[in-house]
Design a protein around this ligand. Structure first.
Ligand code: DC
Length: 228
């Protein structure tokens, strides 16, 4: 049996879970699984290999054989993502790749193809797993599950500021529409939909800072004596 402790952080895009998961992993010095990045990398690989986004069988094969590495960059303390020897860390973050990832994520064979790969991240001393179904499916036995959410408007606003910062021209209205469409697809799909696990702690970050969210989760870690 794998004894490494897992903390799951699920929630919709823009809820801040990626940032919180990264900070938790570096605070506790644990491993990090950004499962959304895996779906994004698969969407990018499909594009690269001319696999249609509704070809479930070919996508599942691509998922099982995916040549992807998550490499910790010790200088910036962040993860670089490498697909077939190319650094795709920034490429996978664009809105189109995100939308494609959400599209292929509805396919059961794709999810099954990525399951084992995600579970392999469970290694000592512990793992922070960030995604949509970490607490409900992939690590259903995790002793601490967090569901981090925020209003769609606030999530669109955060994304807008991020993109503007990068010099990209986007409108708040189109971002809000995209976020709503993605929420709709992720929440209403029949397999592993975005929803809190029955035993998850639900945190609404609309009016909370990242530091407050982090502090709250660390207090739950302490109460459960999860970190050595
Ligand atoms: O967290 P993200 O925005 O990087 O995720 C991209 C898409 O991948 C998201 O819209 C739905 C899908 N996804 C999923 O279905 N299950 C996960 N555990 C993580 C992401």
């Amino acid at each position: 049996m794998n004894e490494a402790v897992v903390i799951t952080i699920d929630g919709p895009s823009g809820s801040g879970k990626g940032t919180v998961a990264g900070l938790l992993a570096s605070t506790l010095q644990w491993h990090l699984l950004d499962s959304g990045a895996l779906y994004r990398v698969l969407a990018l690989a499909a594009q690269k290999h001319n696999v249609a986004l509704d070809d479930e069988h070919a996508l599942a094969t691509l998922a099982t054989d995916l040549d992807v590495q998550f490499v910790l960059d010790s200088d910036s303390n962040s993860q670089r993502i490498v697909l077939e020897k190319s650094d795709v860390t920034d490429t996978i973050r664009n809105e189109t790749v995100g939308a494609h990832a959400s599209q292929i994520a509805v396919l059961p064979a794709v999810r099954a193809g990525l399951l084992r790969r995600q579970q392999d991240f469970q290694q000592a001393p512990g793992l922070i797993a960030d995604g949509r179904d970490m607490g409900t499916v992939v690590f259903a036995e995790a002793p601490l599950k967090v569901f981090l959410t925020a209003s769609a408007e606030e999530r669109a606003r955060r994304r807008y500021l991020q993109l503007k910062d990068k010099g990209e021209t986007v409108t708040l209205t189109s971002l809000l529409e995209e976020i709503r469409a993605r929420d709709e697809r992720d929440t209403n799909r029949s397999i592993a939909p975005l929803k809190p696990a029955d035993d998850a702690i639900i945190l609404d970050s609309t009016t909370m800072t990242i530091e407050q969210v982090l502090e709250r989760i660390l207090s739950e870690v302490a109460v459960r004596s999860l970190a050595g």
